[in-house]
Design a protein around this ligand. Structure first.
Ligand code: GLY
Length: 557
């Protein structure tokens, strides 16, 4: 960590001039960090397409938001190529190591051992992000990976000034970071929390990124980086093998789709629950004319739709390579009509009458998202994660790579809740080589006139945030409005509406209570939505970055 006047100079050099933009096409990029947005435009200016820009933004976020995502984590990239209307979901979600087993976080009495799936290398699954970057670049980009990774390598090498969010999340994970000297040496300043605007340099991460840039997947999944990863994970109590790394593969999947009042939804299927929860909730709501209802009834119905969609999440969703998911049913409008028929306009359905037990939820501020679209309609929605802030808190020696704690997204036993209070069943139990269930919901929405690209971090609340934004889009509002929508959330268990300040008024809270709803105001606003919009006719673009975060949305000409 440096604290110096040179920071200003470095900031100027790292904040690539946003004037130098692609001559060919207008592009909108919204990401959670100004330097990541700048990285995208830098690569467009070098002749890259939106997929090259997505590689650059993903890699830059891995450097400038080490608390949210990174080479030690996983990601989903939802792509649309306009010339042949090709759409695909790149599933770069992490996988359980082959030595993982369903009881690995339980003690002899079968009770979950506190923190074992959250802190340290035993909580880390095999990363998918590096393989995803290689695939995205090779398969869909125009530029070599060595070019698209340059901004990220530069940010890691020369450093950048850390902001409020970094400091807040570092403080939140201070205890685990202190526990691992390699991590503390990178992110703390001589063992203490750094000052705001301190310079964070990550030379080891720059080297690891360079290996990836020069050697492709071999630069991470085999050779010296892989040796260091496996050796230091095992030295600290983890269970990775070289074979786990060498055999990791991303999967190209068909996105899930649905239609809500003429709006086409394209989103993430397994190994994420995101798109299924979103589409199922919208299918339930499609039977109402929300525009003609008072706010209270609207919010009650949206809550009841969330309750039912999240209930199905806990029963049916997991890694489709390991379980049979009744996808056709879950996405069916007829099935949603059946669920709708159990909704009363005047009364909440207690979740305990559906199934399960009530557990409390912890709050998380993790994961990250970016959205890109060009004026032809080529687009990328990507949500990336290492799970909790600073993931497992463990950096593999000499790599600069902070490992995820995504193993916590599995269910330790049926009926268990994870760090977000999500209740789960056997569909999402731990198995060797399996992907853990995610909530990430990178999404496209398309109306007759417009195409939207959006998503957000926020753990289990991700899908409900995207749902509220989609409903706002359907009302005719634009990205500036979607990212601002005051948020509320219900996930079946715990049976409570969590809401941001201003999302539910006092009279609404009183009425919701009399209908049988429990409500709880969250301590802090949540989410960090990044959204862009293309008007199909005028080709005009809009972009918006959530004011709750520190991101930047730019439309470049
Ligand atoms: N780890 C957060 C998610 O996958 O949804």
């Amino acid at each position: 960590m440096l604290r110096a006047a040179q920071i200003v100079v470095i900031l100027l050099t790292t904040s690539f001039s946003l004037q130098v933009l692609s001559e060919e096409h207008k592009v909108a990029i919204a990401s959670a960090h100004p330097l990541a947005t700048a990285a995208g435009f830098e690569i467009l200016a070098k002749g890259g397409n939106v997929f090259d820009a997505a590689v650059a933004v993903s890699a830059a976020l891995a450097v400038v938001e080490p608390f949210s995502s990174g080479l030690g984590g996983g990601a989903y990239w939802l792509l649309h190529r306009e010339k042949d209307a090709f759409e695909v979901l790149i599933d770069g979600r992490e996988k359980a190591p082959m030595a993982a087993h369903k009881n690995m976080y339980l003690d002899k009495e079968g009770k979950v051992i506190d923190k074992l799936s959250l802190d340290g290398p035993l909580s880390a699954a095999i990363p998918g992000m590096p393989a995803g970057l290689v695939h995205l670049s090779k398969q869909y980009g125009k530029l070599p990976l060595s070019e698209s990774l340059l901004p990220a390598i530069r940010y890691a090498q020369t450093g950048f000034a850390v902001g409020e969010r970094y400091l807040k999340l570092l403080k939140f994970r201070e205890a685990v970071i202190h526990h691992y000297p390699e991590t503390a040496a990178i992110f703390l300043d001589k063992g203490k929390l750094p000052e705001r605007f301190s310079l964070l340099r990550q030379p080891d991460l720059a080297k690891t990124l360079s290996n990836l840039a020069n050697s492709g997947r071999e630069g991470f999944y085999s050779g010296s980086t892989a040796d260091k990863l496996v050796e230091s994970v095992n030295k600290a109590g983890g269970i990775w093998t070289k074979n786990d790394l060498e055999s990791y593969q991303i999967i190209e999947r068909k996105p899930v789709t649905g239609v809500y009042k003429g709006l086409k939804i394209t989103s993430t299927g397994s190994s994420s629950s995101g798109g299924v929860v979103l589409i199922e909730a919208l299918n339930i709501l499609a039977g109402y004319d929300l525009s003609k209802m008072d706010e209270l009834t609207r919010k009650h119905l949206i809550t009841e739709a969330m309750r039912r969609a999240y209930h199905d999440r806990s029963l049916y969703l997991g890694d489709e390579d390991f379980i049979n998911i009744p996808l056709k049913r879950l996405l069916s409008e007829d099935y949603a009509a059946g669920l709708r028929s159990s909704i009363r306009l005047d009364k909440a359905l207690p979740s305990e009458l559906m199934s399960g037990q009530i557990e409390l939820q912890t709050e998380g501020l993790n994961t990250t998202h970016f959205s890109i679209i060009d004026d032809e309609g080529n687009r990328v929605a990507s949500t990336l994660s290492i799970n909790f802030p600073f993931g497992s808190g463990f950096v593999a020696e000499g790599t600069g790579v902070i490992l995820n704690n995504e193993m916590d997204d599995f269910d330790s036993y049926p009926g268990a809740t994870n760090g977000y209070g999500l209740i789960g069943g056997i569909a999402n139990c731990i198995e060797p080589g399996k992907r853990m269930l995610s909530s990430m919901t990178p999404t496209f929405l398309e109306s007759d006139t417009d195409i939207a690209v959006l998503g957000t971090p926020g753990g289990s609340r991700i899908s409900s945030m995207v749902l509220l934004a989609a409903l706002d889009f359907e009302k005719g509002n634009g990205p500036e409005s979607w990212v601002k929508v005051p948020r509320y959330h219900h996930q079946f268990m715990p049976d409570v509406i969590e809401y941001e300040e201003g999302a539910l008024s006092e009279p609404e809270l009183t009425s919701l209570k009399s209908m049988g709803h429990q409500s709880k105001k969250v301590r802090y606003p949540y989410g960090d939505m990044q959204a862009v919009l293309l008007n199909k006719k005028t080709k005009s673009l809009l972009a918006a970055s959530d004011q709750r975060g520190e991101g930047r949305a730019v439309v470049g000409k």
